[in-house]
Design a protein. Sequence first.
Length: 503
Amino acid sequence: MRILRIVAIILFFVFLGTTLVHSLTSINQDIGRHLKTGEIIWQTKNVPKTNLFSFTEPDHPFVNHHWLSEVVFFLLNGAIGLKGLILFKAAVILAAFGIVFSALYKKTGLWPLFIASVFGVLIFERTDVRPEIFSYLFLACFFFAIFRTKYSNERRWLYFLPVIQILWANMHIYFALGPGLLFLFLLDRLIHRENAAVLKKLALIFLVVCAASLINPNFIKGAVQPLIILKDYGYTIAENQSIFFLKDYGILGTPIWIFEMSLITLIASFTIAIKNGTRKIAFELAVAIAFSVLGTKMLRNFGIYALTFIPVVALNIGAIRLPRWLTGKKTGAAFLAATAVFLAWLIFNVKNDNYSRWLESGKKFGLEIPVGAAKGVEFIKQNGIKGRVFNNFDVGSFLIWKLYPEQKVFVDGRPEAYSTDFFENIYKPMMEDPALWKKYSEQYGINYVFIDHRDITPWARQFLFHISQNPDWPPVYKDGSVVIFLKRTPGNSAVIKNFEIKQ
């Protein structure tokens, strides 16, 4: 039994690890900007507070809530490269799951592993190399300290939380979850009549953790950023959409179906816990409600929802009083053996990419670094194309990575770094209306267009249709990722003559 248990645990973490080691699908999006920002911060020892990379709104204030993650990524990229960053990301997320599992192992046994084997897939949508991986780690640390305090009376772990909060407040915007969890735990202890001395210590730790959030380059403005960032978010991105929006557009069908099944499972688990006499679950119930709402409201919250769902359901199901015939050695051994076989089968399918295909994902197992827009940038450099660029939202971060500071971008993947007015009255309209394109392209002095032609937004599709028929902007380069249009001017005539795409 003991050996089978160890084998099951090892196979689970191997399975999880294989799902995390996948191609860097976001190569055109955030990673390049993170690396460039980290480089600038490391070299200047200063965190920029304005929109440094764009010529359209260079003075727009920007609160960088993940600057420390960018420094970490930059330094690691210099040491181990992008493939090393994929492995580092996998290690961080594995550590988060390991911390949550170890927090409850004595109480729940292997239940978290069984549950995660089925529903851990929800985190798969949020496993690129992004600052949010650190939120998984810090969220797990908070759960560890709280669960150890509640179920093992080990309060010493709570004293590490202010230090963790300082790191969290500088590495990712989810840092507000830390004080939120402590507040819910404090309410839990009040409801369940914890003694006054313990409540005072908890209240003090909560206040210190809140104060720790102020230790960031933007002080109070940085600390309240999670509460206000969406108030001036002028651009709609898929990861900020609700499951209802995504379902209507037929996006991510399988992950959303699994999320819906997880909500049903979550409700059923509380029914089981209450029916079996488990009563001191105010914290778990509050956390389940809060993170279910977050997961329903935004795709980007699937990762933190999964990390919360697994221990809560495991605690609830752990209350089941199984009949004796199910708890015997032979039955237990058979169940562990079946689990091991199931996990081995999952690992095989992850390595063969059947798993990602089932999830309708383009993430392939391995350390592949897609070319992305690199060949398009190489074309720009080889042919000496200068001047201002018009690019779409999706590819701006890649251009920052490869062209800054020699060239700045029109826009990039940070809606909070641009005003709502810019998106609503300039960026979208000039893509939709040829007359406005002529007006603003002249106003900004645009010399070439660099656009990711896989952009499915209505304004991008309209723009590609119109500019493809505009004789003043002939296409000179196209690959599987980007297309480049060059303004027909005397200075560009040689490049157009040599590379114009006639059809």
